[in-house]
Design a protein. Sequence first.
Length: 92
Amino acid sequence: MHLHSSFGEDSIVLDSTEAPFSEKLMMGISSALITISMTSLGKGIATSMRSDLVGEYTELLTRVGKYEISGAKLAIKNGWMEKPPQTLDRRN
């Protein structure tokens, strides 16, 4: 049985040279996915009964953390990261 799928207009390749999504949006999505993966690795470390996997997860967690730090530096450089809440300077 051969079923034909219909193709919508959104599946056509265009000649556009402009990125469809902003770099800031893609950085935010990447950061969220990295956070999810670090959480999953932490859960894996906490629940694994195999010591060899704990070592692998720990090494991978370190590598992902370094990747996230480089992403944070890039976000700071481009002014995409919001300034964290500050305490009031009561002396002034």
